[in-house]
Write a protein that binds this ligand. Structure first.
Ligand code: NAD
Length: 287
């Protein structure tokens, strides 16, 4: 078994971004909108800010109270859209229940959509690939970059994705499909989950249930990507029973240190690409 080292890949991506940013006169600015005081969300936003600082990207955090109205949040997004100094916008999910998430995502200017959640970007990415949308959903894009970094072949493989959320499961399936995998998507209504997971050459698990995937559910030699983040006291666990599954897998991501760092690195990748695109568009408009 070999580890898919997300920390190492993230450092490599950040180094490349630092180079790109150093050549830019106007530094990219990522605006992060944090609603409420969910401790996990606050940690994610702080960590993203820390990674930004490492690359020269400017980060701005806008903190809004948990009871902020949808109208006020839409106004904040509209101001960020209009602000020429902002290159990319990220709204930290989940949002409080009284706010319509889809409405908020659709309000973000597609040219500033750091997470590739806007239907225009998502549609382009689904229809062709990330070269058309410029950005790609951060967590799944990080997963694919991790597989590619370790020269794991995707084309022709059977990839099984467990979880069908809009931010992880569905776009992960789409990215793997775009790269020629045969994809099966499982979710909470799937009957006999092990019958599917056992067929996977590449198994991606994004559920949020500690130890959901046990050794007997995994084929020998499979590549296992564990997206889950389950907090137990101060410790973090994935969705995969790492100790036992790692004995069967050919490659596996650790939790922490796997998908987490690559997610942030790819979000910043998106930020820089959006800033470059905006610059190129402005230059063309001047001509
Ligand atoms: P979600 O709650 O939106 O989706 C969970 C999915 O799991 C659903 O599609 C549901 O149908 C499926 N599911 C639930 N129980 C199941 C079961 N018993 N068997 C099969 N499928 C089942 O969650 P999400 O936003 O996709 O996140 C999933 C996990 O990944 C969470 O732990 C989250 O914290 C983590 N996450 C990590 C990163 C990262 O950067 N490391 C990023 C995003 C999410």
């Amino acid at each position: 078994m070999a580890l898919l080292d997300g920390k190492k890949l993230a450092q490599k991506i950040l180094k490349e971004l630092k180079k790109q940013v150093s050549r830019m006169k106007k530094k990219p600015v990522l605006a992060m909108v944090l609603v409420g005081d969910d401790p996990a969300s606050s940690i994610y936003v702080r960590r993203k800010g820390f990674f930004c600082a490492e690359t020269g990207i400017v980060s701005k955090t806008l903190k809004l109270p948990a009871d902020v109205s949808e109208k006020k949040l839409l106004k904040v997004i509209s101001q960020l859209n209009k602000d020429k100094n902002i290159s990319a916008i990220m709204v930290q999910l989940p949002l409080p229940k009284h706010i319509n998430k889809i409405k908020i995502i659709e309000a973000i200017d597609p040219g500033k959509d750091a997470d590739c959640l806007h239907p225009e970007n998502y549609g382009k990415f689904a229809q062709v690939d990330e070269s058309y949308s410029v950005v790609a959903p951060a967590t799944p894009f990080g997963i694919v970059r991790l597989l590619e970094e370790y020269k794991i072949k995707i084309e022709g493989k059977h990839a099984v994705v467990v979880g069908r959320s809009n931010i992880v499961g569905k776009p992960a399936a789409q990215l793997l499909l775009n790269r020629g995998a045969t994809v099966t998507v499982c979710h909470r209504h799937t009957k006999n989950l092990p019958a599917f997971t056992r067929q996977a050459d590449i198994l991606v698990v994004a559920v949020g249930k500690k130890n959901l995937i046990k050794a007997e559910m995994v084929k020998k030699g499979a590549v296992v990507v564990d997206v889950g983040v389950n907090r137990v006291g101060k410790k973090i666990f994935g969705d995969v029973d790492f100790d036992n599954v790692s004995k069967k897998a050919s490659f596996i991501t650790p939790v922490p240190g796997g998908v987490g760092p690559t997610t942030i690195a790819t979000l910043l990748w998106n930020t820089v690409q959006l800033a470059r695109l905006a610059k190129a568009t402005a230059k063309r408009a001047k001509k």
